[in-house]
Design a binder for this molecule. Sequence first.
Ligand SMILES: *Cc1c(COP(=O)(O)O)cnc(C)c1O
Length: 359
Amino acid sequence: MSRAYNFCAGPAALPEAVLQRAREEMLDYRGTGMSVMEMSHRDDVIVAMAEQAEKDLRDLMGISDDYAVLFLQGGASAQFAMVPMNLLGDAGRADYINTGQWSSKAIKEARRFGEINVAASSEDRNFTYAPAQSDWRLSDDAAYVHYCPNETIGGLEFDFVPEVDKPLVADMSSTILSRPLDVSRFGLIYAGAQKNIGPAGITVVIVRKDLLGRAGASVPAMMNYQTHAENGSMYNTPPTFAWYLAGLVFQWLKEQGGVDAMGEINRRKADKLYGFIDASGFYSNPVAPTQRSWMNVPFILSDSALDKAFLAEADAAGLRNLKGHRSVGGMRASIYNAVPETAVDALIDFMADFEKRNG
Ligand SMILES: *Cc1c(COP(=O)(O)O)cnc(C)c1O
């Protein structure tokens, strides 16, 4: 067996140790004689598994009892609708910051439900920076402020947590668990699992409990956070296997030393790769240096005619999924928690060699 270095933006690499553990437990989960996939979600063993995963996530992120932690379906995209459905309330108005494709999608979806004010945008410079908070035009009567701390496609990451007097809502799909975070600054955090948590099919929502119960009567039960909070995210059948794998990832993260240790490793990985790109005259990245994503590193070659050869040769060298998002072209290396530092080293070696031969 040989494992490739996988730089996919999502669904992304999982820790090898987690996959091995899942393989070991596949046919007989903890002496039950069954796979996790084959058991009722009401079974004590599965309820215990689910509770342990929540507890481990709470430990990792320092989530207090003031917050509910929900494990939902529908991906981050469903949250683009659930956030306004649940939080707009009587105000009917919210502020959004537009820093790229994911925040744009969130804005578009929220507009179905209320009046959405784009309080700041970095579209003027092709989403290569995060607008300074002093330039935001927040509304007085907004129910919440939404932003995307890490734009997965543009590779833009906020280097500050906004200070607002309304609940702060963050789409953390591609940055959650990548470094320490003060959860108490947020009203709600959501993240699709398939970047930094586990396999596709499960979505984590961390919501301050006082924000529950604000959905109108027309909001379907499945779209109402309160339903899921009251039922331990088991109102209906949850994606038990994805939840289980997410739990294994949380345990693996704890074994690595938690988000402090991951943050150190991630900083080093990102510094190395951006440092190499900046030192080269052949590769480049357009994002403001202090706001470059630690998780998603887009870059272009000085001559896009070489893109095809770059990708083919990288693939042959075991470096997979480096093609940039279809909307922007170029390259993108996603270097989430599960992508080891050796993968970044191998990528840099390959890039240096390719430049030598083609630069
Ligand atoms: C991947 C991603 C999404 C979309 O996630 P789905 O689970 O496919 O709906 C939304 N926001 C961000 C920041 C993402 O990285």
